[in-house]
Every structure is written in structure tokens, then in C-alpha cells.
Design a protein around this ligand. Structure first.
Ligand code: ADP
Ligand code: MG
Length: 256
């Protein structure tokens, strides 16, 4: 049975940066995203939570078209995201993505990892790109690791490099898909702290996470998904203290 979604968000985004309008996606017979409407304001931090298989990763992947959609529209900063082509490549560069598995280039140094996209995609010269890379590596606390290879770093350090690499493209929005799920517990906070700082600096962020402490402290809005739908959205205080939908109540009772 499908209920109308509960929406206690802050209303329509005043200055929307990312807008999904009636987005649908199937994997074969599986309707994995169902009429997703989501508008994310510039500078807003949206935390997406929900049970495994509810479509959170697919949602992230559609926002930068790692997945195509079947219907609906996605706009980034007022420009519709096409299904393919050059304009897609341009707009995709505005969307930074950080995955659960850090996905660094194993055969390149940390510095090279953070420099590559800048020279190849953003067409910066090497010296400028390296200077930016070093600044960003310092900012995420791994400046001293610049000349090492990913395998020489801890998981927490690798994930911070992955964040620096995404930031190096000067994205308008950053998507994080369970960025701490593959980390040993003692490394989770160092990554969350970098994300907290990014949020405070005004970055627009979509964060899929099971870290409810992060959701409470950093999110402007929590979006709860189940079975391919947005079932409930609200400011974190309201969502965690008084979830309205049965699905959210059930989910929170299992994890809190
Ligand atoms: P979540 O991130 O919330 O765990 P996903 O977006 O990864 O959920 O997956 C949603 C559903 O879509 C799941 O049932 C999953 O098995 C399915 N799915 C995800 N990716 C694919 C794919 N490439 N092909 C077929 N099914 C997929
Ligand atoms: Mg996922």
C-alpha cells in the first residue's frame, strides 16, 4: 500500500541547485526509483537514509547520470541533464561523487590522483592543478601523504584523498554514498569531520549514510527512502524525535 509522502521539509527550495522532477527508473521489472521529486537548495545538506535496497545509491547515481532514467527530469543549476553527450560530460563535472569504496587510481600517487581530473577535464595546467591538489590535501589533513600511493594509506586517509579529488573539480554539489561504511570504526570520525567542515563551508551535499550522529548534526534535511520512494522528509530533529510514517518508525526502531 502506498501512502502520500510526509513532507516536513522547509518547503520548496528558495534557490534550487539540484532538482529532480518525477524521476523513474527500472532495473528490469524492479521499479527502483518511483516518481522521485527532490529539490536541493544551494548550500543545503540533505542526508538520505533508508533500508538496504531502497534505492539510495541509484538515486545518487542518477544525479550524475552514472545511471540513465526512464522518465522525469533532473536539472543542475537550472540546466537539464541530458542522457548522454558532451553537455552531459560538462554538467557531470559539476557533480562530485565519493563512494563507499574509495576508487582511487592504485598506480598513481595521491597527488596525481587529485591532479588528473583537473588537467584532463578542467584543462588546467599541471602547476596550477598541483597547487590546488596540495591545498586540498592539506585541507582534508593528508598533505603529508601527497607522494605516497593509495595502498600506503589507511582507509580513512584514502577516503579523505577521494574527497579532495572530488573537490578538485570544483563541483557545485557533492554526493556521498555511504562514505564511511567500508572504514574501520576508528577512522569514521576523521572522514565525517572533513564532511562536517565542508558542510559548514557551504557546500551543497547529498549524503547517504547510516551515521545518525552526522545526520542529526550536519543535515538541514533528512530524506527517508523505502522501496524506491521518498516516504518522509523533515528537519533532523523532527524526523528523529517524531517520525510520522510507519516505515520510518520501523526503520529507526531497528537502528537507534
Ligand atoms: P540502496 O543503495 O538503498 O541499498 P540501491 O539503489 O543500491 O539501494 O538498489 C536498489 C534496488 O535496485 C535493489 O533491489 C538492488 O538490488 C537493485 N539494483 C541496483 N543496481 C542494480 C543493477 N545495476 N541492476 C539490477 N538491479 C540493481
Ligand atoms: Mg547503496
Amino acid at each position: 500500500m502506498s501512502q502520500a509522502p510526509v513532507n516536513d521539509g522547509t518547503g520548496p527550495a528558495a534557490d534550487p541547485l539540484v532538482v529532480l522532477n518525477k524521476v523513474n527508473k527500472h532495473f528490469g521489472a524492479l521499479h527502483v526509483l518511483q516518481d522521485i521529486d527532490l529539490s536541493i537548495a544551494r548550500g543545503e545538506v540533505v542526508v538520505v537514509i533508508g533500508p538496504s535496497g531502497s534505492g539510495k545509491s541509484t538515486l545518487c547515481r542518477t544525479i550524475n547520470r552514472l545511471e540513465t532514467t526512464d522518465s522525469g527530469t533532473i536539472t543542475i543549476d537550472g540546466r537539464p541533464l541530458p542522457q548522454e553527450g558532451r553537455e552531459l560530460a560538462r554538467l557531470r563535472a559539476d557533480v562530485g561523487m565519493v563512494f563507499q569504496s574509495f576508487n582511487l587510481f592504485a598506480h598513481k600517487t595521491v597527488l596525481a590522483n587529485v591532479t588528473l581530473g583537473q588537467t584532463k577535464v578542467r584543462k588546467k595546467d599541471r602547476a596550477t592543478a598541483e597547487a590546488t591538489a596540495r591545498t586540498l590535501l592539506d585541507r582534508v589533513g593528508v598533505g603529508a601523504q601527497a607522494d605516497k600511493y593509495p595502498a600506503q594509506l589507511s582507509g580513512g586517509q584514502q577516503q579523505r584523498v577521494a574527497i579532495a579529488r572530488a573537490l578538485a573539480m570544483d563541483p557545485k554539489v557533492m554526493l556521498f554514498d555511504e562514505p564511511t561504511s567500508a572504514l574501520d570504526p576508528e577512522m569514521i570520525n576523521e572522514v565525517l569531520e572533513v564532511m562536517q567542515q565542508l558542510a559548514r563551508d557551504g557546500m551543497t551535499m547529498v549524503v547517504v549514510t547510516h551515521e545518525m550522529g552526522f545526520a542529526r548534526s550536519a543535515a538541514d534535511r533528512v530524506v527517508f527512502m523505502a522501496d524506491g520512494r521518498i516516504v518522509e522528509e523533515a528537519v533532523p530533529d523532527r524526523f528523529f524525535s517524531n517520525p510520522r510514517s510507519d516505515r520510518a518508525k520501523d526503520f529507526l526502531s531497528k537502528i537507534l
